[in-house]
Design a protein around this ligand. Sequence first.
Ligand code: 2IT
Length: 451
Amino acid sequence: MLTNEYLKRVYDGLAQRNANEPEFLQAVREVLESIQPVVEKHPEYEKAGLIERLVEPERIITFRVPWVDDQGKVQVNRGYRVQFNSAIGPYKGGLRFHPSVNQGILKFLGFEQTFKNSLTTLPMGGGKGGSDFDPHGKSDMEVMRFCQSFMTALYRYIGPDIDVPAGDMGVGGREIGYLYGQYRRLKGVWENGVLTGKGMSYGGSLIRPEATGYGAVYYLQEVLKHENDTIEGKRLAISGYGNVGWGIMKKAAELGAKVTYFAGPDGYIHDPDGVVGEKLDFILEMRAKDPMHCKPYADKYGVEFVPGEKCWGVKDVDVYMPAATQNDVRMESAEKIAASGVKYYIEVANMPTTNDALNYLRAQKHMVVAPSKAVNAGGVGVSGLEMSQNSERLVWTAEEVDAQLHKMMKNIHKVSAEAAEEYGLGYDLVAGANIAGFKKVAQAMYEQGVF
Ligand code: 2IT
């Protein structure tokens, strides 16, 4: 509930001006609800118009992306970069190529990114970009021509100290390679710190592909520790088996836990023995062949496949981790999740839970709920470490990067729990992450004057 008059006024104004951006309003509302006690402690923020500025992107760039398909026909997509907040560092955040992309989605992602990046403790502001281009079913050369055209429009607005894009849904190592190649060609400089998620041969970081999933499991370990519990033997139900879901499967298996349920676009799999060993390689193969179907896993290993359903509400697990996309868990699923008796609900995808569903789960006395902007921060965190390596022109070992990632996730959990405690909220990791992320950005904005 928004009770603070100032925050209510800011939100209502925003809702009026952005009525066509429901995901953005959803993300803003969740943060404003959490930071009420902080804003009440800092009356100077109202005079400084701090929250009005916080919810307005510094800049949005929109551009046409024309490209030639394999039949020689010209196609036109829409490209965006939302430069949300640079108070604590250059804009930083991924590019999403997916038909669902529009300005409202990218504003929600850029807003979330601002707080997430703050939580990493690294100097990174918030940004996000992308296109309604759908890479699925396109040839390599079509993807390359698209990426070259995208970068031709974007290159003048980014740079290692300005704005550093990376991958998100639909943008992986292949796309980052094509984007970087075109950036270098246009600018005639090396400057490889302009993008993260690069290949190892031109300045990528070890562990970056796995970082989001590994970080999520490290965060889960901290939650379990807080509850005097351990990860050994834990059974996880996840949605999504992309880059992030796969990282969760692998790290969970390494630490003696296992993913026993996973959901894809076509339904869900139940493998009581867990996705471990060579099954992890099969997931990669299956995804490369056809990212829209997980049923081949059930066919190969003789396990249960439930078509058209999500695994929310299954009882024989210990942890739920939605790791697919936004608003994957709505009220109907949240009710099933609460009724299942499962204790841990750990968000991984950006904003995977609608606000009513999230508040409902947070209100369950038997549950611990953790928010995506903390849990998935290891991805952008290792992007920050990639930037550090590019700046010092060195490559760190996998052990060094992993150790830093682990330390970062422990710290994010710690500062979130402490922030909630400071404001008398108990072990509220959702409010704690919003408060901890906000405090640094707010102070930086306040000290730097009105802009
Ligand atoms: O949502 C995210 O944090 C990402 N897609 C990663 C962003 C990044 O800059 O590595």
